[in-house]
Design a binder for this molecule. Structure first.
Ligand SMILES: C[S@@+](CC[C@H](N)C(=O)[O-])C[C@H]1O[C@@H](n2cnc3c(N)ncnc32)[C@H](O)[C@@H]1O
Length: 347
């Protein structure tokens, strides 16, 4: 083995690291590893899910306190070292290593997640966890500091974005500690932070497909006023078409309040652009735009910016828009947990 090297640390314990530029950086600071495990409040009966165990620096500590660890690791060389170390410690019965991509694999049952994850998959992985089918108590994750800040951001903070909004809908995020690049081998270019994500007991009764599509529209330009975002000709055309489809797809929800004008062809505002829509006429588009503005005005949202709105305000606006027959997703079905779609949106 050329790329994985063992070294002795200050306490003369063997630590494992990667030496090649493209190799993974491994967390080697024992104090940080111990804190991560302690803060995770693992019970002796718990099954812990670990994503990207690498050579097992964290895994060994988890095996010390948990009933079982299930670890997803794609690198064959890492798995070899991990299995060897775990065997040396007599923990092989407690560990299942699954050599699959954690984003594509189906997770088995687990109680909580504790992991120093590969930073490149942070968004889709967090999405897969919080919107996934597996219930879990908490996820203690070591993340790139900037990414952690986005998860922790509040309305009005510069880092507040769609990911924060969507995660906050279903989970609470707690800051645990910052971790310096010096705590890794080899030292990465970025600093890190540990956070704990806890799924909420109760989540708002909202159709998730509709919510994700709505937040995608609002946060496309998060500092633009909602009035400016929703008045864009391209957006009006898109929403008019989607709302028409949602109306015809959703029978039981009385979606047909949507008013269609006659195809008079020349009602669209004259802004020099030609209107290209296969499903809405110019007359329909004009009425549809007026309707959106009416809702925004009635709910006092026209001059507000998404980056400053909390989830309660966004949920309220979405319900007002929906009540007026304005939809963001063509297929309105009962609130569904579709982590594949959500993870795909973030990958
Ligand atoms: C940053 S290292 C962390 C290693 C270890 N947890 C530690 O703290 O030292 C990330 C690990 O995730 C693995 N990995 C990367 N992408 C993965 C994926 N999609 N699914 C599972 N493992 C992955 C890498 O092979 C690597 O071992």
């Amino acid at each position: 083995m050329t790329e994985l090297e063992t070294q002795k640390n200050t306490t003369n314990k063997t630590i494992y690291s990667c030496t090649k530029a493209k190799a993974s950086t491994l967390l080697t600071n024992q104090r940080i590893l111990d804190t991560i495990v302690r803060k995770s409040s693992i019970n002796p009966t718990d099954t812990v899910l670990e994503i990207g165990p690498g050579t097992g620096n964290l895994t060994l500590k988890l095996l010390n306190v948990a009933s079982k660890v299930v670890a997803f690791e794609i690198d064959k060389r890492m798995v070899e070292v991990l299995n060897k170390r775990v065997k040396e410690h007599g923990f092989e019965e407690k560990l299942s290593v699954i050599r699959e991509d954690a984003l594509k694999a189906e997770f088995p049952k687990f109680d909580l997640v504790v992991a120093n994850i590969p930073y490149g998959i942070s968004s889709p992985l967090v999405a897969k966890l919080v919107y996934g089918v597996n219930p879990f108590r908490s996820a203690t994750l070591l993340l790139q500091k900037e990414f952690a800040r986005r998860l922790l951001a509040k309305p009005g903070d510069s880092e507040f974005n769609r990911l924060a909004v969507n995660v906050k809908l279903v989970a609470d995020v707690e800051f645990v500690m910052n971790v310096s690049k010096r705590d890794f081998l080899p030292a990465p270019k970025v600093d890190s932070s540990v956070v704990i994500i806890r799924p909420k007991d109760q989540i708002p009764d909202v159709n998730l497909d509709e919510w994700w599509a709505f937040t995608k529209t609002c946060f496309g330009k998060k500092n633009k006023t909602l009035g400016a975002t929703f008045k864009q000709k391209k957006k009006v055309i898109e929403l008019c078409r989607l709302s028409k489809m949602a109306s015809s797809n959703g029978e039981e929800m009385n979606r047909n309040q949507y008013v269609c004008a006659d195809d008079d062809g020349d009602n669209e505002e004259s802004d020099g652009e030609e209107c290209h829509s296969s499903s809405c006429t110019d007359g329909e588009l004009l009425l549809f735009k007026e309707k959106i503005i009416e809702v925004l005005k009635a709910a006092s949202f026209e001059d507000k910016r998404p980056s400053k709105l909390c989830n309660e305000e966004l949920l309220y606006l979405l319900s007002m828009l929906n009540q007026s027959g304005i939809y963001f997703h063509e297929l309105i079905k009962p609130s569904s947990v579709d982590n594949v779609a959500f993870a795909a949106a973030y990958s």
